[in-house]
Design a protein around this ligand. Structure first.
Ligand code: N01
Length: 872
């Protein structure tokens, strides 16, 4: 029983104890150890009769971890690392349970754990600033802080198979396996499910059963675990410097030290790719295949090469071609449903007494008293094993009736998906923490590393509150909305949301389809949590005798792939262009361009020249597939009138060509400082006139010509539209101005807010202007189209601006001025994007939606309303 008034915070109200933790698995045990050490009276409530959490319940045959045990172990107590030696590379469930028992014994943790007790309800008492918990024993516990350390995969999914309770034989659930030994010898056994639990248990069950029938709805990617003794190389790497090894794990993407890939899958030859995959396959390391190339998790074509490699392995192992084909996953990308490692899983289907029922072809109709009826036949069994999974990440949390401020139920608040901050807290529920909650790396990482990070963060937070005489903490709605957005933004640049996985809540009927964990990685997440603290607990509101305080805000506003690109630029130490000579700046942009993904295939690419205002201009023509003639888009590249050429935005032009269904003609223009203002716009206008006059010869549809430009190219496109209007032609059907330069005033708010740190800097913009035009010329509409006296009768426009771009406000001002002048002008502001986002095809995937809008706008200019079909 809990003793009253054990509170160490000295805060008002009368809690029985400072902290109640639900769950005595990896998370709860460490939390208890840590909080106790910091002087916070803490009680753990556990429904099982011993410690272990996941490893207490999941006792099915073959259960073992699939992150190597050296990694899948605590780091907080270095003594454990020498006194506990793992007997296998991937320890079995009994060994892991013994390990947790050992930790509990060593640190005398059991004395503060109330076993065989379940917290059923929790109510926030705002008057007393404490939580009132009710257990299934009828006790009420009042605590200042309430922590759910209840595990991500702990609440079994409710059975959604008709007749499941009718079966008269033995029924087993992998997630609630009996403590006695189960003997399937001589029995006819069914296993429903082919997730991790099934893939581990099927080969062992097959060793005993007289007949084994596996009911598979979705085949899964799995490969050999190559289990055995702890690898000598791994152990040597660890023993050489355990602290450095643990630190490397903490600062890795998945909580296991490893090299980060630098190359894209389709950048190398098929043979090189295969060699990498073979090496990863042979390693038996769960994370190795995803770590072969940078784009496995994001690019469908890259991912498909892994899928096909693994399908080839399945086909080579399973002798019956029909069974092999049924076991080959084809409806999800590798990694988007959790992959597995196994011991003889596919080999098991070669045994004469094992058969596979493909539920996609022959679905289960009902479970009967004697067995299972599918659409086409009846099976009789002595035992059925349900390996049907969990209500993951949120299930165990909302299974407790949790009521926060103003009587709001957590289950209701999270009905459309978990709304939380950092996966740690949720607004309206003060002093309520979740360990590895939704919105944190959790299940996408080595759980032990993520658990330790969360426990350390929560513990430090409680110490901070004690020191500052604060009684309550809760995230602000602003911070919470921002974090949920960031979690979704990150998921959206990966392939994860495309699968019907438990990561998406898709395995539980009626559950909101939301990506639950945080895919940004353990390292990035850890830095974020630390930054939140260093910025005065950004996004958290505190109250108590120490005073109310809140540093409100959103911790991550930049799109995740924008952040990744900016980090890479910083890591590479790429010099600022405006610190270089023009010659070196041009050379650097060429080198950087060589590293880009190529963009989509188009029908044809032709390099040629056309007459400019003062001599020939090189151009590159991109023709769509399909019979012409096509409309034409004249494209002006970016580069501040100083850098670049007809091919400098090559991937973007390809993308625009595919999305618009138009011929893209990317035209060069004379560059400054050799040819200063107005050379570039004069060339642009000359090019448009020539292309309009030669549309038919180019394969174009006469009269269907639009212009598009990015950055300084947007400036040229905008000016060309004004020149064409004033000259009475050629007729331009529309203009797309992508983060354009429209004015020479470099003092707007967006210059102040975004002048540094987002690629294009205020000082680089100044550098471009200085090379391009004299101060007196800059104010002329031919340089600053926003300053034109008359903006009426211009072509319909789409003006794209990016939130973190110095040019943002002048683009927005141009869109507004066009609209005010009666032009059909639309402004597309891009949240979280930077100046270079739009042209960064297949690098900044989060800008793909904006690229799609450009394609649609161009099509509309030409009277086509159907969008193009393009990946990403
Ligand atoms: O559960 P799952 P799990 N009719 O959800 C099928 C971790 N874990 O317990 O995919 C027919 O993966 C379902 O089919 P479908 C690990 O993170 C780790 O195996 O929904 N079939 C699927 O095949 C893992 O991902 C370890 O079409 C039904 C299976 O049941 C997570 O726990 C070991 C069905 C459920 O697979 C969950 O794994 C074990 C129905 N009505 C688990 N409902 C290691 O460390 C569900 N299925 C090694």
């Amino acid at each position: 029983m809990v003793t009253r008034n054990e509170s160490a915070t000295g805060a008002p109200g009368a809690p029985d104890i400072d902290v109640v933790v639900v769950g005595a698995g990896f998370a709860g045990l460490y939390l208890l150890y840590r909080l106790r050490g910091l002087g916070f009276p803490t009680k753990v409530i556990e429904s099982a009769d011993d410690v272990g959490g996941t490893w207490y319940w999941n006792r099915y045959p073959g259960a073992r971890c699939d992150i190597e045990s050296i990694d899948y172990s605590y780091s907080f107590d270095p003594e454990l690392e020498t006194e506990w030696q793992w007997s296998e590379r991937y320890a079995t469930q009994p060994e892991i349970l013994r390990y947790l028992g050992h930790v509990a014994d060593k640190h005398a943790l059991r004395r503060d754990i109330e076993f065989s007790t379940r917290v059923e309800a929790a109510r926030w008492d705002g008057g007393a600033s404490l939580w009132r918990l009710r257990t299934d024993r009828g006790d009420e516990i009042r605590c200042r802080f309430y922590v759910m350390a209840s595990g991500c995969l702990s609440l079994p999914k409710a059975l959604d198979i008709e007749g499941a309770d009718r079966f008269a034989g033995e029924a087993y659930y992998t997630s609630r396996w009996p403590h006695r030994s189960v003997d399937f010898s001589g029995k006819r056994v069914a296993v429903i499910g082919t997730g991790s639990s099934a893939i581990q248990s099927i080969p062992i069950i097959a060793q005993q059963a007289a007949e084994l029938t596996v009911f598979q709805r979705t085949p899964n990617f799995s490969r050999p675990a190559k289990n055995g003794p702890v690898s000598a190389a791994k152990k040597a790497a660890f023993d050489a410097n355990p602290r450095a090894y643990r630190e490397a794990a903490r600062m890795s993407g998945a909580g296991v030290p490893r090299e980060v890939p630098m190359v894209r899958a389709l950048q190398v030859s098929a043979a090189e790719r295969l060699a990498k995959y073979e090496e990863a396959y042979e390693s038996g390391d769960l994370l190795a295949l995803s770590g072969t190339f940078t784009d496995i998790g994001a690019n469908p074509e890259a991912n498909e090469t892994v899928c096909e490699f693994l399908r080839g392995k399945i086909r080579s192992i399973v002798r019956d071609p029909e069974t092999a084909e049924a076991l080959c996953p084809k409806n999800h990308f590798y990694g988007t449903k959790r992959p597995c490692i196994d011991t003889n899983y596919f080999e098991t289907f070669n045994l004469p007494h094992v058969r596979l029922v493909d539920l996609r072809k022959d679905p289960i109709r009902t479970i009967t008293e004697k067995g299972i009826d599918t659409a086409s036949r009846s099976f009789e069994f002595d035992a059925i094993v349900f390996a049907t999974g969990f209500d993951a990440m949120t299930g165990a949390i909302v299974a407790v009736d949790i009521e926060g401020r103003d009587g709001v139920a957590l289950a209701r608040k999270w009905a459309d998906g978990p709304k939380q901050y950092l996966g740690l807290m949720t607004s309206g529920f003060p002093n309520f923490f979740t360990i590895t909650g939704p919105g944190s790396p959790s299940v996408l990482s080595n759980m032990v590393v993520s658990i330790e990070q969360h426990v350390d963060w929560v513990s430090a937070c409680l110490v901070h509150m004690r020191e500052q005489h604060l009684t309550t903490i809760e995230p602000t709605p602003t911070a919470e909305v921002g974090w949920v957005q960031h979690v979704n933004d990150f998921a959206d640049i990966t392939l994860f949301p495309r699968a019907n996985s438990w990561y998406m809540g898709a395995n539980v009927p009626g559950k909101a389809r939301v990506f639950l964990p945080y895919v940004g990685g353990v390292d990035r997440y850890r830095k974020t949590c630390a930054e939140v603290v260093s910025r005065g607990y950004l996004g958290f509101a505190f109250d108590g005798p120490g005073g109310a305080r809140c540093s409100d805000g959103v911790i991550r506003r930049v799109q995740p792939d924008v952040a990744i690109v900016l980090e890479a630029i910083e890591e590479l130490g790429v010099p600022a262009l405006d610190t270089l000579s023009v010659e070196n700046a041009r050379a650097l942009t060429v080198v950087m361009a060589a590293e880009r993904p190529p963009g989509p295939q188009v029908g044809e690419v032709v390099d040629a020249a056309l007459p400019g205002a003062a001599g020939p201009l090189a151009y590159r023509l991109y023709r769509p597939t399909g019979a012409g003639p096509h409309p034409i888009v004249v494209y002006f590249h970016g580069g501040g009138w100083v850098l670049g050429g007809r091919d400098s935005d090559d991937p973007f032009c390809r993308d625009l060509c595919v999305r618009s269904g138009a011929i893209l003609v990317s035209v060069d223009s004379r560059h400054a400082p050799e040819s200063r203002f107005p050379a570039a716009v004069d060339d642009g206008f000359a090019a448009v006139r020539w292309i309009a006059a030669h549309a038919e010869a180019l394969g174009g549809r006469p009269g269907q010509l639009a212009v598009c430009g990015w950055s300084a190219g947007g400036n040229i496109a905008a000016v060309v539209c004004q020149l064409a209007r004033d000259a009475g032609g050629p007729r331009i059907a529309g203009q797309v101005l992508v983060t354009p330069v429209t004015d020479c005033d470099l003092t707007r708010e967006s210059y102040v807010a975004n002048g540094e740190g987002y690629g294009l800097t205020a000082s680089l913009t100044r550098w471009f202007w200085d090379h391009y035009a004299d101060p007196a010329d800059r104010r002329r509409p031919k340089a600053s189209p926003l300053r034109a006296a008359d903006l009426s009768n211009l072509p319909p426009a789409l003006v794209v601006t990016c939130e973190f771009d110095p040019l943002r406000d002048e683009g927005a001002a141009y869109a507004a001025a066009l609209a005010a002048a009666g032009v059909d002008a639309r402004h597309l502001p891009c949240r979280g994007q930077m100046h270079t986002s739009l042209p960064s095809v297949d690098v900044i995937r989060s800008a793909a939606a904006a690229r799609a809008e450009i394609g649609t706008a161009l099509r509309r200019f030409f009277g086509v309303s159907t969008p193009a079909a393009i990946e990403s």
